[in-house]
Design a protein around this ligand. Structure first.
Ligand SMILES: [Zn+2]
Length: 404
């Protein structure tokens, strides 16, 4: 080996002794992770002896790919709604390294979102473009003339480097209907934009009118790869009167429709979720729908949301998979959510605390549990961005104070 190549492979950081879970590789076990040049260099044993600049001891902790929150709202400079948070809020502190804005902006104001937020954020921000031109936050979300498949698809394709799909939300299909304004206008136009752009559609839906039954959405209107977010909201037929999961959910899953948690302020009912998960209907991906209306509860962050699924009986490996490799696949970014050698070093380290805990849903009920995920370190592209315990620091009494 030449001096040059030794130089290149010398790690900047080694995470030593943690339990590494990489769902894409199907691995779960104790290993070191070496990081250099912003990328994963190696996973194996005794990598700390390779002369790394920094060695962080994470023994007893879980080292996982950076978490992807595929449904949140981060267009905080948006003038018309107070919905969004700055993308730094409750993300790095929860192991999240990629946050996907779910259609806060539409085809009219996406460029503003890109220049004001996406390009300035330290965290990776990706986005769904709303089929509604002015995005979320007002009465215009019900106006059919605001929904343009052509303009939405064009905007998505022009910004394909950061756009992962098309979003429709908040369309109540209020009566009276006319030629333009129909029960399925928002969904159908979003799917048409998806067809034109070759991108998946994420749907937030209200089956309140008899013309808009939920099975019609997931069995006929959505395409394989399209995503129904908020799957465990109160308004969906998830559990029948005998306590069984409705067959339409399994049939929709068989035809390739994706179900995302999308916790939100009103969209995660334990009365739907716990029986469904117990019967094997688990959301494909776990996401928060984090915004100003739920950041202080009931959502809080991804770690809290993931902990809820953990305490419904999912394994830690499964919870991590549905928060990393699964959303990466759903948004068409298979290079994310993995610890592949050569991948950008987006990494989260969690402690799993044991004790008596309690978790809250959107239906004013709680779930008792005995395990809670707590993020102790987050790296974004190889850089430590969250380290509340000061993993590499000396204790205060051993610090050398520079001379004034
Ligand atoms: Zn949302």
């Amino acid at each position: 080996m030449s001096a040059d190549s030794r130089e290149r492979t010398r790690p900047d950081v080694v995470l030593r002794g943690g339990h590494v879970i990489d769902p894409k590789a199907g691995t779960s076990g104790v290993a070191d992770v070496a990081i250099g040049g912003g990328r994963v260099l190696a996973i194996g044993t005794d990598l700390a002896s390779d002369g790394a600049e920094t060695v962080l001891d994470v023994t007893g902790r879980y080292v996982v790919p950076g978490i992807i929150d595929m449904h949140a709202h981060v267009f905080h400079t948006h003038r018309r709604s107070g919905l969004s948070l700055e993308p730094r809020v409750n993300t790095f502190s929860s192991g999240v390294t990629t946050v996907v804005d779910a259609g806060t902006s539409g085809w009219r104001d996406f460029v503003e979102f890109r220049t004001e937020v996406i390009e300035r954020a330290e965290i990776r921000v990706l986005a769904y473009v709303n089929i509604v031109g002015s995005g979320m936050g007002g009465e215009w979300e019900h106006e059919a003339r605001e929904m343009s498949p052509g303009l939405t698809a064009a905007m998505a394709l022009e910004h394909r480097d950061v756009v992962v799909g098309i979003k429709t939300a908040h369309y109540w299909a209020k009566r009276p209907f006319d030629a333009d304004h129909q029960p399925w206008t928002a969904v159908d136009r979003a799917v048409e934009a998806g067809e034109r752009s070759g991108l998946p559609v994420m749907v937030d839906f209200y089956p309140w009118l008899p013309e808009r039954p939920y099975p019609e959405l997931i069995l006929n209107r959505l395409r394989p790869g399209d995503i129904h977010t908020h799957v465990f909201a109160q308004q969906f037929p998830v559990i029948d009167e005998r306590g069984k999961v409705y067959d339409h959910l399994f049939r929709a899953r068989e035809r390739g429709v994706i179900f995302d948690l999308g916790h939100g302020a009103a969209s995660f009912w334990f009365r739907n979720a716990v029986p469904a998960v117990g019967q094997g209907f688990v959301p494909d991906s776990i996401s928060t729908d984090l915004h100003t209306g739920n950041v202080n509860g009931p959502v809080v962050d991804m770690a809290a949301t993931m902990s809820k699924l953990l305490n419904m009986g999912l394994s830690l490996e499964d919870v991590v998979a549905r928060s990393t490799v699964a959303p990466a696949r759903e948004i068409g970014r298979p290079e994310l959510g993995t610890l592949d050698v050569g991948a950008e070093a987006d990494i989260a380290v969690f402690a799993v605390d044991e004790g008596d805990f309690s978790f809250v849903d959107c239906g004013r009920t709680r779930l008792p549990g005995n395990r809670r995920l707590r993020c102790v370190l987050t790296m974004r592209a190889g850089k430590v961005v969250y380290n509340p315990q000061g993993l590499e620091l000396p204790t205060w009494d051993r610090a050398v104070t520079p001379q004034q």
